[in-house]
Ligand binder design. Structure first.
Ligand SMILES: [Zn+2]
Ligand SMILES: [Zn+2]
Length: 261
């Protein structure tokens, strides 16, 4: 994928150099493809820990969010070095393997939106209000994205994965395996099942990490029995069968009026 990303960037370079509006627009397409290819390259390194459904997600924002859940350091540039301890147990000379360059999720999302804005015809409203995206006026921003991606594609290490301590448990709702880097859980109050979107509260105690499904309760409109379901099930229009009488209850969002304080 990296080689294909480099080919896209090479074509983008020629198009940006031409400098006319049509060429810059085509350059945006090539840069956008390079960004997506580099995103998929990252995804590949993490795919064993993600459900296969995630692999069909194409938006850089989704890809990076999934990766960061597994490894909060995944958007850091790194220099990879190692050394061998000498006979006395002291570190020997450092050997540098190379550099790993990457982008953050926010940057990738913004870059993707910027590039995509030039790949569609302006709407009638855009034309009327003089808001039609102009690739020539934004050339500097497009070049900045190109340069960052070129720097990433040229770094000699394509992915870095430590073998961190991984915590895993089975989702009680869909039985998928949920895996997270132990150290990363310090930053999260909850984790989401990638497959069914069930949310679990994270609680860290002296003897380990515990996950509790976020639940919500409602009374069946037919028999009045209490039903407790995962909070992720509460979506407007969703039908949930009562666990006592099997009546199909429909979840609806409702409006409320509150006194302003
Ligand atoms: Zn699940
Ligand atoms: Zn019922």
């Amino acid at each position: 994928m990296r080689e294909r990303a480099k080919e896209c960037l090479s074509r983008a370079h020629a198009l940006l150099s031409a400098g006319d509006e049509a060429s810059i627009r085509y350059a945006c397409l090539e840069i956008c493809l390079a960004l997506e290819l580099l995103c998929y390259e990252k995804l590949e390194a993490f795919i064993v820990d993600l459900p296969i459904e995630k692999a069909s997600s194409w938006r850089p924002k989704d890809v990076m969010a999934a990766i960061l859940e597994l490894d909060p350091d995944a958007e850091q540039d790194m220099k990879v070095t190692f050394w061998k301890d000498d006979e006395g147990g002291l570190p020997g000379p450092e050997i540098t393997l190379g550099e790993y360059k990457t982008f953050g999720g926010k940057w990738a999302n913004k870059a993707h939106n910027t590039l995509s804005s030039f790949l569609h015809a302006p709407t009638l409203d855009d034309n009327r209000n003089g808001r039609a995206p102009n690739p020539i006026a934004k050339k500097r921003s497009i070049e900045d994205i190109y340069e960052k991606l070129l720097c990433i594609a040229s770094s000699n290490i394509t992915s870095v994965r430590y073998s961190p301590s991984i915590v895993n448990f089975e989702c009680s709702e869909c039985h998928a395996k949920i895996k997270r880097k132990d150290a990363g859980l310090i930053h999260h109050k909850s984790v989401e099942c990638f497959k069914c979107k069930a949310l679990y509260l994270v609680e860290r105690t002296g003897d380990g990490v515990y996950f509790t499904l976020k639940e919500a309760g409602f009374r069946c409109v037919s028999c009045g029995g209490l039903n407790v379901v995962g909070q992720h099930m509460l979506k407007h229009g969703k039908e949930i069968s009562c666990n006592k009488c099997s009546f199909k209850n429909t979840i609806v969002r409702s409006w409320a009026v509150l006194a302003k304080r």
